[in-house]
Design a protein around this ligand. Structure first.
Ligand SMILES: Cc1ncc(C[n+]2csc(CCOP(=O)(O)OP(=O)(O)O)c2C)c(N)n1
Ligand SMILES: [Mg+2]
Length: 362
């Protein structure tokens, strides 16, 4: 078992290729055909293109906010290849590539970050929870879903995500504690991008790493190079087989680097150095995988043209989101309960009064 070979208590890290795409660990290299490898690379390329376009729309004042995924695409592509239609994605807010793999559309993502409730109503994606901004709370939801899967004896696996900062929340420990007790089929991923807004990970914990926290909950934990697609794929594959076979939960720490800002309202030059950014640039998951492909004679045909096609398609989706009718007041209040409680009825009535007052003021 790979979890035994990479003991987080010894701060071991699972890594399969180096920054130049050379294979470090031949026995662990997954047996994937060329077509699958190209598909994985293209998934990362699409995510990166969509992500950069989202930042650009926000900068043009056409969307409220956006949390960039730049640099974290290998984690998403690997999870996206393992997660099945019936499995559950429980995201935080920086999992764009996994959401796309599950069938969420860029139009829905754009609607969400334009403040529309319709951005959480995924039309084609099965078993995807809405984007979750209250840090850590999604881990509790994931444990609950895992418990229900086990109770109903279903063949489904849950994929929740959290950031390094999120591991300091009580919800993180509560969720993992019961994951251990109940042996739920859940693969918990920490995307350790080394910052929680401006707070570096060394201010979050005195633990040797984040994966080691699994030991206290009695579940396997593994630290993985999150910028190495192959390492992430192997970790997910093993965790998936383990969870699906009824053994219980797994904690994966994916060590990565948030190359962009926290969100479009943040300025990382205030709290990190150019030198640090340049050092981590060398580990960027896209060129790294591309070098592997080139080393092995696998070519991505006409990449520039491909990016142009992606941009056109993404821009069409943005236009659709931009021209989407504004959502109704009912949508704001209507989704939570079958029968609206009195307190929400009152809030809704108050808001209607406020709207009328605003109209009259014009
Ligand atoms: C409960 C809660 N507290 C504070 C915030 C404000 N907040 C939003 S993102 C963030 C940092 C999250 O960092 P991390 O968990 O490392 O995820 P990352 O943004 O790096 O992906 C904070 C403190 C929040 N959304 N929810
Ligand atoms: Mg973080």
């Amino acid at each position: 078992m790979i979890f035994n070979d990479f003991n987080p208590q010894e701060d071991k890290i699972l890594r399969i290729i180096d920054n130049d795409g050379n294979v470090l660990n031949k026995e662990l290299l997954p047996d994937l055909d060329n077509e699958t490898l190209i598909k994985a690379y293209k998934a990362m390329l699409y995510t990166r293109t969509a992500d950069q376009m989202a930042v650009s729309y926000q900068r043009q004042g056409r969307m409220y906010t956006f949390p960039p995924n730049l640099g974290q695409e290998a984690i998403h592509a690997a999870a996206g290849m393992i997660i099945r239609e019936e499995d559950w994605l429980v995201p935080a807010f920086r999992e764009l590539g996994v959401m796309l793999a599950k069938g969420v559309t860029m139009k829905e993502i754009f609607l969400y970050y334009s403040g529309s409730e319709h951005g959480s109503n995924f039309k084609q994606a099965n078993h995807v929870l809405p984007i979750c901004v209250p840090i850590g709370s999604q881990f509790l939801h994931a444990t609950g879903i895992g418990y229900s899967i086990k109770y109903q004896k279903k063949d489904e696996v849950v994929f929740p995500f959290i950031g390094d900062g999120g591991t300091s929340e009580g919800d993180f420990s509560e969720a993992l504690n019961f994951a251990g007790v109940w042996k739920v089929p859940v693969i918990y991923t920490i995307q350790n991008n080394q910052y929680a807004i401006s707070v570096p990970v060394k201010s979050q914990t005195n633990s040797i790493n984040l994966a080691v926290k699994a030991v206290a909950f009695g579940i396997p934990g593994i630290k993985v190079d999150g910028n190495d697609f192959f390492a992430m794929y192997v970790a997910y594959k093993e965790a998936f087989d383990y969870a699906r076979a009824g053994n219980g939960a797994v904690l994966i720490e994916a060590l990565t680097y948030r190359k962009g800002a926290h969100t479009t309202s943040d300025d990382p030059t205030k709290y990190r150095t150019k030198e640090e950014e340049q050092e981590w640039d060398k580990t960027d998951p896209l060129p790294r995988m591309k070098k592997y492909l080139e080393n092995n004679g696998i070519r991505i045909e006409e990449e520039e043209k491909l990016i142009e096609e992606y941009k056109l398609e993404i821009d069409n989706q943005f236009s659709e989101a931009e021209n989407f009718p504004p959502y109704e007041l009912d949508d704001v209040f209507g989704y939570m309960y079958t029968d609206m409680p009195e307190i929400l009825e009152k809030q809704k009535a108050d808001y209607k009064l406020f709207q009328r007052w605003k109209e009259n003021r014009k």
